[in-house]
Design a protein around this ligand. Structure first.
Ligand SMILES: NC(=O)c1ccc[n+]([C@@H]2O[C@H](COP(=O)([O-])OP(=O)(O)OC[C@H]3O[C@@H](n4cnc5c(N)ncnc54)[C@H](O)[C@@H]3O)[C@@H](O)[C@H]2O)c1
Length: 329
């Protein structure tokens, strides 16, 4: 069944729904006729932004609570049919500076969510947003799901633990769970303010505001990218297709780009200047070198594949932020 038809009338909870991925997912679900509840704590310096849901604000229920609050979670998941677990501490640098905060949000709270689902709503299905960072520095490319997990930072360790809890609750309690390991996702509504996040948002903001972009290393390190509409499609597919239950899947793209190639692509849509500079030590310590992943497994199970090429996605992203910069600075 097409995901958009499947979600009509479904009761959906999105944790982290005021952030980048969560708000784009909420917009698509509302357009599909789903009943959407968002839970988000709007912690400062995370990606939550009320502007993100401006066009659906009267069509969604927003609950401003923290997923670390075990008791409000119990209330929020009652009656929900699908839970998209997207609330997260997303900065790798911050996970090294405040590891217990990352542990609470990315690991302990995931266990708490699962315990509540087990006790009050075991029929609910859960899709968890994991990350490619759990693989660490690749031993081979493209990285598939058989690749060893050797995270290079606290965030990667906590995300693995989160994933393992989802798998365990599926295997032991029969709760239907799926984890998607996101690679660099980009697009409208992403957090471009936070300097401790990945390079994509930073490069886009610096290009649009006319700052000189600083590329660390030699700029030849490779990455793959998914435009947000493709990421949302993947979440919708994972939520509606029970064939993928009980597993973790990479997202990814057909092709990869060096950071310099990424900038050259961005330059087609906004004038920019950049300089190549040595890595700051705290970033070098957790850098993963070249990375791109294989999404073949998820494709074979669900048919999902990315449709938006980087130039098209960047063109739409630049246009969005040029028109809305005020709300995202
Ligand atoms: N965007 C990417 O490229 C990417 C890559 C890998 C993994 N992910 C994962 O996808 C998920 C969504 O990422 P995003 O890019 O939308 O991030 P984001 O920062 O834009 O959104 C996260 C949202 O979670 C909320 N949140 C954080 N802690 C919370 C808490 N304790 N209680 C309630 N809400 C809380 C924030 O306020 C924010 O609105 C995250 O779990 C992240 O680890 C994203």
């Amino acid at each position: 069944m097409l995901p958009d038809t499947y979600y009509h009338g479904k009761r959906i909870l999105i944790t982290g729904g005021l952030g980048f991925v969560g708000s784009n997912l909420a917009i698509r679900l509302v357009q599909s006729g789903a009943e959407v509840t968002i839970v988000d704590s709007m912690i400062p310096n995370h990606g939550g932004n009320l502007r993100n849901i401006e066009k659906i604000e009267t069509a969604v229920r927003v609950n401003y609570s923290d997923i670390r609050d075990h008791h409000s979670l119990k209330y929020l998941i009652r009656g929900q049919e699908i839970v998209f677990s997207l609330a997260g501490q997303v900065s790798h640098i911050d996970s090294m500076q405040d590891p217990f905060n990352d542990l609470e949000i990315n690991c302990t709270s995931q266990l708490s969510l699962l315990e509540n689902i087990r006790k009050v709503n075991p029929e609910a299905k859960v899709v968890f947003a994991s990350t490619r960072q759990i693989y660490g520095r690749p031993q081979y490319l493209p990285v598939d799901e058989k690749h060893p997990l050797h995270p290079v930072d606290v965030n990667g360790i906590n995300k693995i633990s989160g994933e393992y809890y989802y798998k365990l609750y599926n295997d032991v309690y029969g709760i239907r769970t799926v984890s998607l390991r996101l690679t660099n996702s980009y697009g409208p509504r992403q957090d471009i303010r936070n300097r401790n996040l990945g390079f994509v948002g930073i490069f886009i903001r610096q290009a649009i505001t006319g700052e000189t972009i600083r590329v660390f290393g030699d700029g030849l390190q490779c990455r793959d990218f998914n435009y947000i509409d493709d990421v949302v499609d993947a979440f919708l597919q994972a939520g509606c297709d029970d064939a993928c239950v009980g597993n973790s899947y990479n997202l990814g793209d057909h092709r990869h780009y060096s950071l310099i190639e990424f900038l050259k692509c961005l330059q087609q849509f906004v004038p920019l200047c950049y300089e190549v500079v040595p890595f700051p030590s705290e970033k070098k310590a957790i850098d993963i070198g070249d990375f791109y992943s294989s999404y073949e497994l998820f494709h074979s199970v669900t048919g999902w594949e990315p449709k938006i090429a980087l130039p098209d996605g960047l063109s739409q992203t630049v246009r969005f932020f040029q028109n809305n910069l005020h709300y995202y600075e």
